[in-house]
Design a protein around this ligand. Structure first.
Ligand SMILES: [Zn+2]
Length: 198
């Protein structure tokens, strides 16, 4: 049975919900539906986009204004993650849980309450600044760049979340696997989960 593994839209951190839940491999049908989403999925994504961007834009602006630049070690992580502009990245120490979006439809897809960090474009908000967590988020920054910016990333993220029902999406799988290679996750359930990803 598929489960919500972690929260996430603009990029979850290592949430608490994945411990003990072995990841299922993605099926050919899943991959085909993500590559060529149905008209219904496309319509759902477009309906969510304004609310998603209304969450992302002010968060990124705040993090870019109040956050700190990457240090030398983190800049190395960013380059390994494939980030083209590590100098643009900012990290903001976040106190408490991330708030649910005000938009109810978006709140059904994007559940950030248990996330330890979330990436909004070049802005990383992090409740903890563990190296493996920052490395994971930097993979998301690289994804934003690779996909062509915030709207393109958000559209892809929402599509994957809707097709897979919140289950570990390809964008998250990539962030877990690459992030773990850059700065290993400590031994435990989360690490075992990551190492069992296909
Ligand atoms: Zn993530």
């Amino acid at each position: 049975m598929r489960q919500f593994s972690l929260v996430v839209l603009m990029a979850c951190g290592l949430g608490s919900g994945l411990a003990g839940c072995a990841p299922e491999p993605l099926t050919q049908a899943d991959l085909a539906q993500m590559a060529h989403p149905s008209a219904q999925i496309r319509a759902q994504v477009e309906a969510l986009m304004p609310a998603a961007m209304a969450e992302l834009d002010p968060m990124e602006a705040r993090i870019l204004s109040e956050g700190r630049p990457l240090n030398a070690v983190e800049t190395g992580y960013a380059l390994k993650a494939g980030v083209h502009h590590p100098e643009r990245v900012r990290v903001l120490a976040w106190q408490g849980r991330f708030p649910a979006p005000k938009n109810k439809a978006l709140a059904r897809v994007y559940k950030p309450a248990n996330a330890l960090a979330i990436t909004f474009g070049y802005g990383i908000a992090a409740r903890q600044e563990d190296p493996y967590l920052i490395a994971h988020e930097l993979v998301h920054v690289a994804q934003y760049e690779r996909l062509g910016g915030r709207e393109a990333f958000t559209r892809e993220y929402l599509t994957q979340e809707l097709v897979l029902g919140g289950y570990a999406t390809p964008l998250e799988r990539e962030a877990f696997k690459r992030g773990h290679r850059i700065a290993p996750v400590p031994a435990g359930a989360t690490r075992r989960w990551i190492e069992s990803l296909d």
